[in-house]
Design a protein around this ligand. Structure first.
Ligand code: MSP
Length: 516
């Protein structure tokens, strides 16, 4: 097992305002990146913006700006989103950066030298919105226009073009999927990819001549490198390509995980490994395609104007509440529907009533009855041990689920133990022990729950870093004592440690709009 972990998001088109879909993909990566760091790995977590192509050129024109000034301005929106969502990316790549242009041209030269690229002529259908070529058979007619399966309008394009010999990679790709069953996930998506490849692959046009906003083809600058070829290469640029002897490249390539939405799986699971293999480089270890969010049952689209702004959600519900909801509500990989009611239910039930309440009632009792210090436990009973053992079993279980990107199962497992904790408090009733004067037993119960909360807060950090950080502050857990290596008895809370005045971490949702 490598002790490094390289995870990437797609790089986002800058012409769109960031919405919940973009936030979702990067959030999923952020949780995995944080998890891996806490689990002792050296992590590289990359996100960024895809700034070339005809679509961006057109948007810049519409905004009355030259493309560079336009992308400088709008790519900032994605960096702002990363900050607002508390994403912990280690790098932010822009395809307009010098390092990327160099890397992209180097890969091109390498493919040319390997006879993987040749000059020909392209005649066919192109959808600017998707920046994708389509075969006649994939299109439908609507009002005299050709429409791609994605709904994008296609235009007929005829131009000289360089081609990548994708057709030659059908068999090697099928062998690659066969030998690496985990390389494309979930399984249903993997099957789709395999049947697409089995149906035959045509050579891929990888340059355009009819517009100018992109990376010039080396030694033939009339041609601009096709935006998807340009974009995919970002993943190796950030790992140091073309310097394959560099420390970063050796440590981080091949990437452990490319996280993408289901809309762009074909590019990542077919074209990308083929480009890499054609250049003699290793393909990524895994591509996971997640589902799409709809808004109150409706597809999110520009024309409907119903995009959900993550900044608005954060303002209304709180950052960690939104982070939790997005990964809890929908089994990762499936499509999901956003509804305000579902958000409030999760926020009030799972966070305020269950996790928040477990921590809050115990911390308050400790403050009042134990002089604000971690109480000294007496011998543990069977019930005490059972609860703490349930917590100790969590790490291997959630690690397994994170490796499968099953966020909902991780949260299920954690909340099962939170439920056990609340039932334990109810049945042990420390307030009754206090009244009856059994202070030794009361101290033990309070200690057991405080220790349980320490473990749960450490494990929940990747999902809700800020809130769990505050919970750990309230348990006076030192910042250096918050990685997964401390989930052992040896690091349990020390009796006598002074605790600060507790305050609620997960408030209930109050509808200020309705109250006003
Ligand atoms: N620039 C390309 C990707 C190049 S990667 C080498 C691109 N950009 S995009 O801005 O259109 O972003 C697409 C990604 O945003 C999707 O793959 C998905 O990760 C996310 N989402 C956009 N809308 C979404 C939803 N409605 N729901 C969930 N995620 C979606 O494609």
């Amino acid at each position: 097992m490598r002790d490094t972990y390289y995870i990437t998001t797609p790089i986002y088109y800058v012409n769109d305002a960031p919405h919940i879909g973009h936030a979702y993909t990067t959030l999923a990566c952020d949780v995995i990146a944080r998890f891996m760091r806490l689990d002792g790995k050296q992590v590289k977590f990359l996100t960024g913006t895809d700034e070339h192509g005809q679509k961006v050129e057109k948007s810049a024109q519409a905004a009355g700006l030259d493309p560079k000034a336009f992308t400088d301005k709008v790519s900032q929106n994605f960096r702002d989103l990363a900050k607002a969502m508390n994403f912990s990316n280690d790098d932010f790549i822009r395809t307009t950066e010098e390092r990327h242009i160099k890397s992209c041209q180097a890969l091109w030269r390498r493919l040319l030298a390997n006879d993987q690229i040749y000059l020909g002529k392209y005649a066919g259908w192109y959808a600017v919105r998707d920046e994708a070529f389509y075969g006649e058979g994939e299109l439908r007619d609507k009002g005299g226009k050709k429409i791609a399966p994605s709904g994008a309008v296609c235009e007929w394009v005829e131009e000289p073009s360089y081609f990548f010999r994708l057709s030659a990679w059908q068999q090697p790709l099928l062998e690659f999927y066969e030998k690496n069953p985990d390389s494309v996930a979930p399984a249903s998506r993997r099957n789709e990819v395999i049947s697409f490849v089995k149906s035959g692959l045509a050579d891929l046009s990888v340059s355009r001549t009819t517009f100018g906003w992109g990376i010039p083809v080396p030694d033939d600058p009339k041609h601009i490198i096709y935006v998807w070829f340009d974009a995919l290469i970002n993943y190796i640029t950030a790992a140091g390509y073309p310097d394959t002897a560099s420390d970063d490249y050796r440590k981080f390539w091949p990437a452990d995980l490319h996280m993408v939405g289901k809309d762009i799986l074909r590019f990542h699971a077919i074209y990308w490994p083929a480009f890499l293999m054609g250049a003699g480089l290793a393909p990524p270890q895994r591509v996971f395609a997640h589902g799409w969010w709809t808004n109150e049952g409706q597809k999110i689209s520009k024309s409907l104007g119903n995009a959900i702004d993550p900044l608005e959600l954060i303002k209304r519900y709180g950052l960690d509440q939104v982070r939790y909801f997005l990964l809890r509500e929908v089994p990762f990989g499936q499509d999901g529907d956003f509804s305000g009611q579902a958000m409030v239910n999760r926020m009030n039930n799972d966070l305020a009533d269950k996790f928040g309440n477990l921590a809050q009632r115990i911390l308050k009792m400790i403050q009042k009855n134990c002089d604000g210090k971690v109480p000294e436990p007496a011998d543990f009973t069977q019930d005490d041990r059972a609860l703490l053992e349930a917590a100790e079993k969590l790490l291997p279980e959630v690690r397994k689920e994170i490796q499968q990107q099953s966020f909902h199962k991780v949260l299920d497992a954690l909340w099962l133990v939170i439920g056990d904790g609340n039932r334990y408090v109810d049945s042990q009733a420390p307030w009754t022990l206090r009244k009856s004067g059994d202070l030794a037993r009361m101290n033990t119960v309070l200690y057991v729950v405080a220790e349980l909360v320490r473990q749960l807060a450490i494990l929940c950090q990747p999902f809700m870093p800020e809130s769990c950080g505050r919970m750990l502050d309230q348990l006076a857990v030192a910042p250096a004592e918050r990685t997964f290596s401390v989930l052992t008895k040896a690091h349990a809370l020390k009796p006598g440690t002074a605790l600060p005045e507790p305050e609620g971490i997960f408030p209930k949702f109050v509808d200020t709009a309705a109250a006003a």
